[in-house]
Ligand binder design. Structure first.
Ligand SMILES: Cc1ncc(COP(=O)(O)O)c(C=O)c1O
Length: 400
């Protein structure tokens, strides 16, 4: 077999797909789950459940301990230092929405927010709406023909009016790991809040948040082989103190009467209500398992698959979007609508994504109505890519 994946066996979903003759090449949307994650989930429920942080009984204590252990695991995996900088959310989208409310009081009419031209709607719309509410300027950093940011140019765009920079390390359309450190350092030196959208990058490159000079970082468990409905908002200690509470409810107050309330600091002050306890515990188990794997072997495997994918698409005359170097390739077939091609691939059991990829402004900028996207994970192998190519050849024969 071409480029076999030694990790595929750990993912029951991939085995089910093999039996269904289904190829999964849409992991940038969501990743399949390893057996350890499923076991941790079952084990938590089978042992008897309890709410966290509010009960004196033994099951409550056990759940709280497991929940806070999970926070420690996440902090360790993020190389984030102390675990009180980890806030659990529902996903990257919620993390960025939280920030767009919790930082709003630091921004005044005329202040500027900077984002890049390749942002996912999750890292555009919360800032766009904040800008509209408060009369702020939303400035978009341009990308070059390769779909990359010019970091020197971006640094020159920082001005005393710039109050916040929100940017992703890996675009879900371009598939290029952008080295942001110099930009983040320049922003930090000017007292600008920095928000990193790590939704796509975290699974391909383990974050090191002690080194990355950002104030905030978000990612989603479901793209990291973990369960749905869990996200992480890392808020660096100093920056977390500047956040204003945004959602209100149980287990986030220090004291409250009918007219007033005093809230807990992060993380608990930003986790009101019952959290997704089982999923958070199962996510931590997934991260512990991920850490036990050889990350450089996974990176090398994904890079080899990516090279095979890119060269096969180029050889077939596909129009590649930008110059991708990681995890995914977006493309169009000349003269063929992306939706037609995706339909024919889907009919042949090949799951890829087609459309605007929640990046409509980027598509408009590129002059495209949409594109196909093939995305990879550790469990894909060379046979998946070959199946894609033969399905593509068949589809193109019909459509071109
Ligand atoms: C770059 C990027 N940011 C943010 C998100 C939003 O993630 P979620 O839907 O898990 O909140 C996505 C999802 O695809 C993404 O690709």
């Amino acid at each position: 077999m071409l480029l076999p994946s030694p990790w595929r066996q750990f993912f029951p979903g991939m085995q089910a797909f093999t039996e269904q003759q289904q190829v999964w090449l849409d992991s940038a949307a969501t990743a399949q789950k390893p057996q350890v994650m499923l076991d941790a989930l079952c084990q938590y429920y089978q042992n008897g459940v309890a709410n966290v942080h509010r009960a004196q009984h033994a099951p409550g204590e056990r759940a709280t301990r497991a929940f806070e252990d999970a926070r420690r695991c996440v902090a360790h995996w993020l190389q984030a230092g102390t675990e009180d900088q980890v806030i659990f959310t529902k996903g990257s989208t919620e993390g960025i929405n939280l920030l767009s409310h919790a930082l709003a009081h630091h921004l005044q009419a005329g202040d500027e927010i900077l984002i890049s031209a390749y942002e996912h709607h999750a890292n555009l719309l919360p800032w766009q709406q904040l800008a509209q509410r408060q009369g702020l300027q939303l400035t978009v950093l341009p990308i070059n023909d390769d779909g990359h940011l010019d970091i020197e140019y971006a640094i020159h765009q920082l001005s005393p009016r710039t109050r916040l920079l929100a940017i992703s390390t890996l675009s879900n359309v371009i598939g290029h790991q952008q080295a942001l450190e110099p930009l983040l350092t320049a922003a930090r030196d000017m007292g600008i809040w920095t928000v990193i959208d790590g939704a796509q990058s975290a699974v391909h490159q383990r974050p090191n948040l002690q080194q990355l000079p950002c104030d905030f970082f978000v990612c989603s468990a479901h793209k990291l082989y973990g369960p749905d409905g869990v996200g992480i908002l890392f808020a660096r200690k100093q920056a977390a103190q500047a956040l204003r509470h945004w959602q209100f409810g149980g287990e986030m107050v220090r004291h409250c009467d009918y007219q007033h309330a005093e809230f807990l600091p992060a993380p608990l002050g930003f986790e009101p209500g019952t959290p997704s306890t089982a999923n958070i515990i199962a996510f931590a188990a997934t991260l512990v398992w991920l850490q036990s794997l050889d990350s450089s072997a996974i990176a090398a495997h994904e890079a080899a698959l990516h090279a095979q994918l890119l060269s096969g698409l180029q050889a077939r005359g596909m129009q590649i979007i930008g110059a991708p170097n990681c995890a995914l390739v977006s493309f169009n077939a000349p003269g063929v609508h992306h939706a037609d091609l995706a339909l024919l691939l889907g009919e042949q059991g090949v799951a890829v994504r087609a459309g605007h990829h929640c990046a409509m402004p980027l598509m408009q900028h590129l002059g495209l109505s949409g594109a196909l996207r093939v995305s990879l994970a550790m469990y894909n192998d060379g046979t998946d890519i070959q199946r894609l190519f033969s399905a593509l050849d068949q589809a193109l024969e019909i459509l071109q």
